[in-house]
Design a protein around this ligand. Structure first.
Ligand code: GDP
Ligand code: IMO
Ligand code: MG
Length: 430
């Protein structure tokens, strides 16, 4: 297929980065289409671990070209830090290897300050954002007050727009949120430098990708966050501010309808969430400790971007079926199956109960999730360490039954499971 769209099917951190790394071996372009450095995508290659926030994870393969699409918001400081981090690890990024859409938007220190001020004002009702300025930057975009990356190509008028944005945001910070203003001159100096450094990367990335597809090249769209964090389709208001679902890949990259594509959902074999919001299958106690880990292993459930402990629970198939529907998923990839080893039994949430009613699907989207009780099907667990297993035949029968039951209940094939964080730790499902 010319286009593979890979999306998180849950609340983010499903292991998209490591799956992109596998699929990028066959891709010419790897393109991020939503979010910004709120994302944290981990890729392990041998002794090296990469944690990428802005640059598509696929660029670790030297043959690929990375695209930062128009649907993204970019903190230039983070971008250059990431380019340096990659260079130190032996991955060289220059304008021949990374293109940034002129229509993407910029995040400034004023957006970061506003993100913090809004969270402070919400108090106990805070969303638990990553404090990366994501919401305020998208708010400015939608209210047509944002700063487009392409404007950096004309430094004088860009600085005028930047100053206007900083002054307006300072008025908001001080008058509405009782927060200190940002200091304008150092930001202007820094962004003048960023404009010069960023200019060679700024391109019409929609044209690049459409041309590539016409020429028979292979484009991999790398989702960030997850379906349940989508602004429209997620657990609003506990969502991020962008379109994280598969349709967001088209609008966030400037691709049209009609391009043949696989839509690959990535889900963990259980469920996690970082930040506030409803979570019907959330667990505490020994099972939670088992699923989350102690924090000693790099793959334990502590945020890649914020370090916060993630909330954990059983796999929710009501929500997964919803993700199949709103993304049009053609297949699923299941990660972290190894983490379930050692549990006496594993639960699958197959439906919700509210008073006397049992719902197979969400009656009114995922907004009012907090009121439902999960209906579980309990399956036998498996005790073996499965990290070294590479074929379906060698997986414990109970693990195979777990996967087959998931397939049956979501109606699309599970193509692959991962059994550890390393590049080679995966099993193809025949
Ligand atoms: P992303 O945001 O979807 O790219 O996911 P993150 O990188 O934030 O979080 C996934 C974490 O799980 C990372 O630490 C990965 O290295 C780790 N990981 C991914 N797949 C597996 C797996 O199959 N088993 C284990 N144990 N860890 C995994
Ligand atoms: P990846 O790509 C998990 C969550 C935040 C918060 C909500 C809003 O690594 O899967 P924001 O800063 O975007 O305004 O925060 O969204 N969130 C993520 N959770 N993984 C992510 O990205 C996330 N990006 C944002 O925790 O609940
Ligand atoms: Mg992550």
């Amino acid at each position: 297929m010319p286009l593979d769209i890979l999306v998180g099917a849950q609340w983010g951190d499903e292991g998209k980065g490591r799956m992109v790394d596998l699929l990028a071996a066959e891709a010419d372009f790897v393109a991020r289409y939503c979010g910004g450095d709120n994302a944290g995508h981990t890729v392990n290659v041998g002794s090296q671990t990469f944690k990428l926030h802005l640059i598509p994870s696929g660029v670790i393969h030297p043959h690929t070209i990375g695209i930062i699409g128009n649907g993204m918001v970019i903190n230039p400081q983070v971008l250059f830090e990431e380019i340096n981090m990659l260079e130190q690890a032996g991955v060289f990024i220059d304008p021949s290897r990374l293109e940034i859409s002129f229509a993407a938007h910029l995040i400034t220190p004023a957006h970061l300050a506003l993100d913090q001020a809004i969270e402070n004002q919400r108090g106990a009702a805070r969303l638990g954002t990553t404090l990366r300025g994501i919401g305020p930057a998208y708010t400015d975009k939608v209210s047509r007050q944002g700063l487009r990356v392409g404007w950096m190509l004309n430094p004088d008028s860009f600085i005028e727009e930047l100053s206007r944005h900083l002054e307006i945001t300072n008025r908001l910070l001080t008058r509405l949120y009782d927060a200190p203003p940002v200091e304008i001159p150092p930001i202007v100096t820094a962004y003048r430098k960023f404009a010069a450094a960023l200019s060679p990367y700024i391109k019409d990335t929609s044209a690049t990708l459409n041309r590539a597809i016409r020429q028979g090249k292979h484009v991999l769209a790398e989702g960030a966050q997850g379906t349940l964090l989508d602004l429209d389709h997620g657990t609003y208001p506990f969502v991020t501010s962008s379109s994280t679902t598969a349709a967001g890949a088209l609008s966030g990259l400037g691709l049209g309808l009609g391009c043949e594509s696989r839509v690959i959902g990535v889900a963990k074999a259980f469920q996690t969430r970082v930040g506030s919001g409803p979570f019907p299958t959330e667990v505490e106690g020994v099972v939670a400790e088992h699923l989350r880990g102690t924090g000693e292993n790099p793959w334990d459930e502590y945020g890649t971007t914020t370090g916060r402990p993630r909330r954990v629970g059983w796999l929710d198939l009501v929500l997964l079926r919803y993700a199949v529907r709103v993304n049009g998923l053609t297949e699923l990839v299941l990660t972290k199956l190894d983490i379930l080893s050692g549990l006496p039994g594993v639960n699958l949430c197959v439906a919700y109960r509210l008073e006397d009613h049992v719902y197979q699907d969400l009656p009114l989207g995922p907004g009012g999730l907090g009121t439902f009780q999960p209906v579980y099907e309990e399956l036998p667990g498996w005790q073996e360490d499965i990290g070294d297993i590479r074929s379906w035949e060698d997986l414990p029968d109970q693990a195979c039954d777990y996967i087959l039951r998931i397939e049956e209940l979501i109606g699309i094939p599970v193509r692959m499971v991962s059994v550890g964080p390393e590049r080679e730790q995966w099993v193809e499902i025949a």
